[in-house]
Design a protein around this ligand. Structure first.
Ligand SMILES: [Zn+2]
Length: 397
């Protein structure tokens, strides 16, 4: 395992010190002299934070590095789903090559962990998951990838999908996904009963995409709460997007937040500019675990996004109307510690005994670094330097 002495950094923008790494863990913060043969780096006084976490993305979808994808289609959810499923092969979106590009881009920008939803459907079976699995193996030691078995095209409207999800969990996908039980499936009881039964059978957590807005999304959340209680799945369910929490009904949202807190349901937000989104500060007050994600970047759904969690923090911050330095520092924690809380990553943090996964940021303060989408001069994973000045030690295919 790796040893490293990283000199002259400011953990969490605090006092200047050195970080000593031994056996892939942080052995101490303070002043140290290098041991014989130990690698030494000078941090140049930069801020050091734990690895950024993209807790909601889609590694199998991006067209990153491919010819520009011309998109003049109407922005209807069902249409986007069907177009992608029917055309992804002819467009040439190879799930292994494209997930390599996406994940290496994230690592180059300081991410240490990814939770990726990966499409599973009756047209492509588990082939997308297999492609991302290959990427996970190739990038071991550079970035950790957790896979959500994701029924992008629906569950009940696509007979055979439940069996594919069952097989994906049997083969080792860590998390079970779901999508709009009302809006996509028109059968909320059917989808949610099937998902919770699979999750219990395999002992896996659930992370469901919920784009449903307003009362419809609130209704779906209530159906989820019932099933969390019935199946004892407190602390094991996450809701991605949760656009219903952005609805303009303070009391109704408050009651939903109380239930989220009581059942320890996590929320993942991407700050979707085109939708109503949950207030990260209101969720913080309620003590709810909240992580952030880039979601799909530059794919057949839309042209926006970068493989960069600081860029995403800026999007989430602007969407949430954040201004104060304290709120901006919390924003940075959503795309780092928050993701670790949702994914239950052990040993995460920047203290003695934690995993040596960290990134350096230029800037005076945490707020300054977020607003600047600050350069990342050095990224360390497991005590090993994996990127310098925004360039990873592995090349994109
Ligand atoms: Zn998504």
């Amino acid at each position: 395992m790796t040893s490293l002495l990283l000199r002259n950094v400011r953990p969490m923008a605090g006092a200047n010190c050195d970080i000593l790494v031994k056996n892939g863990k942080i052995a101490g913060l303070g002043r140290f002299e290098p041991e014989p043969g130990m690698a030494v780096e000078d941090g140049g006084g930069a801020i050091a934070i734990p690895g950024l976490i993209d807790a909601h993305t889609h590694l199998d979808k991006t067209t990153w590095g491919m010819p520009w994808h011309v998109n003049n289609r109407a922005a209807v959810l069902r249409g986007r789903i069907d177009f992608e499923r029917e055309h992804r092969t002819e467009i040439g979106i190879d799930p292994h090559r494209q997930s390599m590009r996406h994940a290496i881009g994230l690592a180059a920008h300081g991410a240490s962990h990814i939770r990726s939803h990966v499409d599973i459907d009756t047209t492509h079976g588990l082939s997308m998951v297999e492609g991302v699995w290959k990427t996970r193996e190739k990038l071991a030691g550079i970035i950790d990838i957790e896979i959500v078995a994701f029924p992008q095209s629906g569950v009940m409207v696509m007979p055979g999908t439940v069996e594919l999800l069952d097989e994906a969990l049997r083969q080792g996908c860590e998390v079970l996904g779901g999508i709009d039980p009302c809006g996509i499936d028109r059968d909320p009881k059917g989808q949610l009963d099937a998902l919770f039964a699979l999750a219990v059978k395999h002992g896996r957590p659930i992370d469901i995409h919920l784009h449903e807005v307003g009362d419809l999304g609130a209704f779906t959340m209530e159906l989820m709460f019932e099933r969390i209680r019935a199946n004892g799945m407190q602390g094991k369910v996450a809701i991605s997007h949760a656009f219903a929490l952005g609805m303009n009904d303070y009391l109704r949202v408050g009651r939903l937040i109380e239930e989220l807190a009581a059942l320890d349901v996590a929320i993942l937000t991407t700050g979707a500019p085109s939708a109503t989104v949950p207030s990260i500060m209101r969720l913080k007050e309620a003590g709810i675990r909240v992580g952030g994600g880039c979601d799909g970047i530059r794919d057949t759904w839309g042209p926006w996004g970068q493989p960069d969690m600081l860029d995403r923090a800026k999007v989430i911050g602007m969407k949430n109307g954040l201004r104060s330095d304290n709120d901006l520092a919390h924003l940075l924690s959503v795309v780092s510690q928050g993701g670790a809380d949702v994914m239950r990553i052990e040993g995460y943090g920047i203290a003695e005994g934690c995993n040596a996964d960290f990134t350096l940021l230029t800037g005076e303060t945490l707020a300054h670094a977020v607003v600047d989408v600050a350069p990342r001069p050095l990224v360390v994973k497991g005590g090993r330097v994996v990127a310098r000045q925004g360039k990873a030690v592995v090349d994109m295919p």
